[in-house]
Design a protein around this ligand. Structure first.
Ligand SMILES: Nc1ncnc2c1ncn2[C@@H]1O[C@H](COP(=O)(O)OP(=O)(O)OP(=O)(O)O)[C@@H](O)[C@H]1O
Length: 287
């Protein structure tokens, strides 16, 4: 069953002079199995939105259900795995094993069941078994983020919710996380991620939710998003749109470097062919 938000509003510092409406009358439905990107400018309300999914925050008005249940119920907490931006802030155990085992043990699973889940999560997060005895804080940023991912995956969640999971990582770390998420999604887990990094995430997103000043200003498929005016696009897509607006017949709905290169070369060839044909025709009229 999906995550359903109906007429949700969230305020901070309610009934004080500092009151802020972080979310205003939000309606949203996230189906199982989707890879969803939550986009929007700083302060738009993205983090507030995802904190509703596992009951970390309660709405001031409206209704939210996860698999038909209240998100603050224990059952939902184990179905929604959360991973925050700074991996170092959420790792607090002495070893990687203890870190990944924390969730299952906390939810009352036996030592044996927990061990099985740790190994499974380790593999899903593309981590080596030799890492299990290491201090999580001795790992690279990308590895720490994957340990945090494995910790969330050890509960076998239906939904994996991430807040800016590649921010601050080096290019290799970013690539590792993106590839790991692709694999996890392929195994059936719904992934919902807040991101500013359209360059890295855009090719993975199946559905996009754009938030503007606490309201949803767009929700739909990536294709629909790309056909929408005035939305943030990855750099390659912006360039293709610009070329198209200058009358160059490239497909503006392209967003990877490889596709863009192919498209530009195709148009270049077409232009050269047209030019050669024109010159040939001119020569024939001269004769
Ligand atoms: N604990 C809080 N107390 C008061 N105001 C808050 C609190 N958390 C967030 N806000 C405010 O609520 C609004 C939405 O914040 P939120 O963190 O959800 O935005 P965001 O889109 O995730 O931003 P960012 O991209 O900067 O993380 C902002 O105006 C923010 O300043």
């Amino acid at each position: 069953m999906p995550i359903i938000l109906e007429n949700i509003s969230v305020f901070y510092s309610r009934n004080t002079p500092l009151e802020i409406a972080a979310l205003k009358d939000v309606n949203l439905r996230i189906e199982k199995g989707e890879f969803v990107g939550i986009l929007g400018e700083k302060g738009a309300g993205k983090s507030t939105l995802i904190k509703l999914f596992n009951g970390l925050l309660r709405p001031d008005s409206g209704r939210i259900t996860v698999n038909g249940l209240d998100p603050s119920s224990k059952k939902v907490k184990s179905r929604v795995g959360m991973v925050f931006q700074q991996p170092a802030d959420q790792l607090f155990c002495r070893t990687v094993y203890e870190e990944i085992a924390f969730g299952p043990l906390n939810f009352g699973y036996s030592r044996k069941e927990t061990e099985e889940r740790v190994f499974e999560a380790l593999e899903a997060a593309s981590l080596e078994r030799s890492m299990l005895s290491r201090d999580p804080l001795s790992l690279s940023g990308g590895e720490m983020q994957r340990v945090a991912l494995a910790g969330a995956l050890a509960l076998r969640p239906d939904y994996l919710v991430l807040d800016e999971p590649i921010t601050g990582l080096d290019p290799a770390g970013k690539k590792e996380i993106l590839e790991t998420l692709k694999k996890i999604k392929g195994q059936g887990t719904t992934i919902i991620t807040v991101t500013h990094n359209l360059k890295g995430f855009f090719p993975l997103l199946e559905r996009i939710v754009l938030i503007k000043e606490g309201r949803i200003s767009f929700q739909g498929s990536r294709k629909e998003y790309m056909e929408t005016e005035n939305v943030p696009l990855p750099p390659v897509a912006s360039m293709m749109r610009e070329l198209h607006s200058r009358g160059i017949q490239v497909n503006p709905a392209v967003f990877t470097v490889e596709e863009a290169l192919e498209e530009i070369l195709r148009v270049k060839l077409m232009i050269e062919k047209e030019k050669a044909e024109k010159e040939r025709a001119e020569k024939q009229t001269e004769k």
